[in-house]
Write a protein that binds this ligand. Structure first.
Ligand SMILES: *Cc1c(COP(=O)(O)O)cnc(C)c1O
Length: 376
């Protein structure tokens, strides 16, 4: 295969499978769902969803209607459920049902419209309903919940599959705000018609079972992304991003590097230019921050982040390991994603999604090989 002259993201499907199995092992509720929004966090839902189905995953969560339609094409009409997190929006309940999608209704208006459509067409529609317990983003607030409690006929024609809420400090379920939200969620759903309750994302799943409820929705934990330090257990990193060296150059002390001379060498140095930049999703806040790895050795980022280029200091690297065409690891085996994200001052997924979405994807390890591996 020709060596690509641009960023490549390598996705280890067997690591994702192992992370799924690990999460199943931890989860005490009834349904564990996989969140595949934004094309599976940039990693490609069309390759990841079938692997998860093979492992027994039957519940999928996406953000938008169009993503749901595409995922239904991939999964076929069989048993799986696909939830659309952003609500029904401008799509009718009939359209959702036609594609086998369950909207997570995002406000009281959506609930009323859905019920009206059901009564108009003499149908019953399966929906989930989002409750805003504190994030102030999507869902019914307290007064809207009271409307449903006092006027249960507002739900006529709707089969409520799940009550859904999301923690405002998803990266820290032990915070007081999260306890408040959980308390509110329990109180509200006790007053509402009985349905599965869904609160936990990855961190809550790995906190303890008091956060699990009936249906958990996990993304980051599947892809081996640590959204909070140290919460994941027994996980395998699944993603590696690399970019090729275009040029290596030795420079004297006092050399200005990059636009505006954002960096100046203080000693003779060996610099390498990499074919990756903000156009490939690399955050500009990595200017003079963080490092990448070449041949297992850390190479600091020096100067600014250009559209398609960065410069790294490879003075400490083995000279014959760094030449044009050598691939540097941006994140992956030597440097976890969250470490580079921290250097950039952003969350790990804010680094993963754009970089993975824009890179050429290469998948490792077919699911068939995995099951053999498991038997060994
Ligand atoms: C993204 C998202 C999730 C998954 O979160 P992770 O921390 O990646 O597991 C779950 N629920 C909602 C509503 C989300 O937006």
């Amino acid at each position: 295969m020709e060596i690509p002259d641009h960023p490549v993201v390598e996705i280890d499907l067997s690591a994702i499978a192992s992370n799924w199995q690990n999460a199943c092992h931890v989860f005490r509720g009834a349904h564990l769902g996989a969140v595949l929004k934004n094309d599976a966090y940039g990693l490609g839902a069309s390759r990841i969803a079938p692997c998860l189905v093979e492992l027994g995953c039957r519940n999928f969560w996406v953000a938008q209607f169009a993503e749901g339609v595409a995922l239904r094409e991939i999964l076929g009409a069989e048993q799986s459920r696909i939830y659309v997190l952003h609500g029904s929006g401008r799509h009718s309940l009939h359209d959702h049902a036609a594609h086998g999608l369950i909207p997570v209704l995002a406000c009281l208006d959506e609930v009323l419209l859905a019920s009206a459509e059901a009564s108009r067409l003499g149908e019953r529609y399966r929906v989930a309903i989002h409750l805003d317990t504190g994030l102030s983003r999507l869902g019914l607030d307290r007064t809207q919940v009271e409307v449903l409690v006092e006027q249960p006929h507002r739900l006529d024609g709707l089969i409520v599959d799940a009550w859904v809420t999301q923690l405002m400090r998803f990266d820290d379920p032990r915070s007081a705000e999260c306890f408040d939200q959980r308390e509110r969620f329990i109180r509200w759903t006790e007053l509402l018609p009985r349905a599965d309750r869904s609160l936990a994302a990855s961190t809550a799943l790995f906190t303890d079972s008091s956060w699990h409820f009936d249906h958990a929705r996990i993304g980051s934990a599947l892809f081996g992304v640590e959204t909070a330090p140290g919460f994941l257990r027994n996980y395998r990193p699944a993603v590696t991003l690399t970019a090729p060296v275009l040029r290596v150059q030795s420079v004297p002390a006092g050399t200005q590097v990059g636009y505006s001379g954002m960096f100046k060498t203080t000693a003779p140095a060996m610099l390498a230019t990499l074919a990756i930049g903000y156009g490939d999703g690399l955050p500009v806040s990595l200017a003079n921050q963080g490092q990448v790895f070449i041949g297992g050795i850390a190479a600091p980022i020096v100067g600014g982040i250009s559209m398609g280029l960065i410069t790294i200091d490879v003075t400490r690297c083995e000279p014959n390991l760094v030449r044009a065409g050598t691939r540097a690891e941006i994140y992956g085996r030597h440097q976890p994603l969250h470490q580079l994200a921290q250097a950039a001052g952003i969350s790990p997924n804010a680094l993963l999604v754009p970089t993975a979405s824009l890179a050429t994807r290469v998948y490792h390890t077919a699911i068939a090989e995995l099951s053999q591996g498991n038997e060994a």
